[in-house]
Design a protein around this ligand. Structure first.
Ligand code: SAH
Ligand code: SF4
Ligand code: F3S
Length: 453
């Protein structure tokens, strides 16, 4: 393609990106922003100010779908005022035919539709849409190709997401991700290491390695050697200048002893794990196709805590999965009380088109789901409050992330265990590691004061 030509079309254009969904999507949006900036575009904060709006969609639960169509509807008015305005949609929803059909039927004025497997093609699609004054759609079913070397406009200067793999092979029966992100593909270890080294030279202190199931990372280097996830962690731990390593998400069925050992051996690997349990009932876990049972999960937690007593643990839990009985639900409550999570994301089960659980006949009535949800949230919050209260008086290393939305004079940051802390301090500490004495533990965060050296 003639990039000069492209530059003519895109130079000086103002864009904004609206992102729904998980860290994968957030990071894809950073890449889209990076590519547009390379073409001479400039980011603005609202869709009303922009020439190009990109909505990066998520399909994980029904309310994500609803929010998308609500936002999409608003773009029509902008387009009516500004005929050269480009309304672009991408992300997980675009990988589903029924969504594409709805867009064609009800929102035919959308200019560009692309999917999760070809975000690298966006600048070219945009150029085509401008040149041909016609709408453009390109969605690939799946691909083994991994686009390397794409630019990214980072949301934070001092921390960054790094994809280590794409897709998912697990097919949990409730989940849409294997259909929207395709099969597992691991990046080559050299590409990952090189990216992190470049980020560190650019001031990044903390990386979060991303994958739907990082424990099943299978990289192959130029010499044909196979790397597993722990091999990668040990090697990243040796990068000078990097201070913290995190990862998401870790599937309990594949969490190895070797990874637990990596927590002990690797000083930069934060003592924190997000370990989604989904349910505390072995019967439900089996129907979810999670491939571990309650006991195996509890054993894992125990092994982690034995090896790393300080480790903080968070989780995801689904309430009201088809066939969940009161007894199954009580097993979940009981597991939450036993594990005492530092935090937990709780979700009402949401039927997803095309997943096996959509066909399960014993769907749970909404009122029952909601009542259980309330009880679960109460148990989860009680544990989080207790855990956080125990931090009072401790001194924690905090990477300063920014100023609080509520108060300009308050800084916020994260402890090694991923707890959010607020404390008074000056803006020039952003991006630095400071010692903070914890003075208060709340349900979802901590407060503290900087320890003067
Ligand atoms: N790959 C990650 C999860 C990604 S999705 C993992 O396996 O841990 C994030 C969370 O959304 C899941 O852990 C699950 O709790 C929730 N989720 C996924 N599909 C859902 C559905 N259909 N209804 C409700 N919650 C769902
Ligand atoms: Fe979905 Fe399960 Fe894959 Fe996670 S592991 S993305 S929940 S199918
Ligand atoms: Fe949503 Fe896709 Fe992530 S469905 S949760 S944006 S992988």
């Amino acid at each position: 393609m003639n990039r000069e030509n492209n530059r003519n079309f895109l130079e000086g254009k103002k864009y904004n990106i609206i992102t729904f969904g998980c860290q994968m999507n957030e990071h894809d949006s950073e890449t889209i922003a990076g590519m547009l900036e390379e073409e001479g575009c400039r980011q603005v904060l609202t869709k009303e100010e922009s020439d190009i709006t990109i909505i990066n969609t998520c399909s994980i639960r029904e309310n994500a779908d609803k929010r998308f169509f609500g936002t999409l509807g608003q773009l029509k008015k902008i387009k009516e005022k500004n005929p050269s305005y480009m309304a672009c949609v991408c992300g997980c929803m675009m990988q589903q035919q029924h969504v594409i059909d709805t867009i064609h039927e009800k929102y035919p004025w959308v200019d560009i539709i692309f999917g999760t497997h070809n975000i690298d093609r966006f600048p070219e699609l945009l150029e085509r849409a401008y040149m041909e004054q016609a709408s453009v759609m390109e969605v690939l079913a799946d691909t083994s190709h991994i686009a390397e070397g794409l630019p990214a406009k980072r949301l934070y200067q001092h921390k960054s997401f790094v994809n280590i793999m794409y897709g998912c092979n697990n097919f949990c029966t409730y989940c849409i991700v294997p259909y929207t992100r395709g099969r597992e593909k691991s990046r080559a270890p050299e590409d990952i290491l090189q990216e992190i080294e470049t980020l560190v030279r650019d001031g990044v202190r903390e990386v979060t390695l991303l994958g739907q199931n990082v424990n099943s990372y299978k990289g192959e280097d130029a010499e044909g050697r196979r790397w597993d996830f722990s091999d990668l962690i040990y090697r990243i731990n040796a990068i000078d200048g990097l201070q913290r390593i995190r990862f998401m998400t870790s599937h309990p069925k594949d969490l190895s002893d070797k990874l637990i050992q990596a927590y002990v051996d690797c000083d930069k690997l934060c003592n924190y794990i997000h370990l989604p349990v989904q349910s505390g009932s072995s019967r439900v876990l089996k129907r979810m196709n999670r491939r571990y049972d309650r006991q195996r999960y509890l054993d894992l937690v125990q092994r982690l805590r034995r090896a790393v007593p300080e480790i903080t643990i968070s989780t995801d839990i689904i309430v009201g999965f088809p066939g969940e009985t009161e007894e199954d639900f009580e097993d979940t409550l009981d597991l939450v009380n036993q594990v005492q999570y530092d935090s937990a994301f709780t979700f009402l089960y949401s039927v997803r088109k095309g997943t096996p659980a959509e066909k399960f006949e014993d769907q749970i009535p909404e009122d029952v789901k909601h009542a259980r949800f309330e009880r679960l949230v109460e148990a989860v919050n009680e544990a989080s409050s207790k855990k956080n209260a125990a931090y009072v008086g401790r001194i924690e290393k905090v990477l300063v992330e920014g100023v609080s939305k509520k108060n300009e004079a308050t800084l916020t940051g994260r402890t090694e265990g991923f707890k959010l802390v607020d404390f008074a301090g000056s803006r020039d500490l952003i991006g630095q590691m400071v010692d903070v004495e914890i003075t208060e533990g709340k349900t979802f965060s901590l407060s503290g004061k900087i320890v003067e050296k």
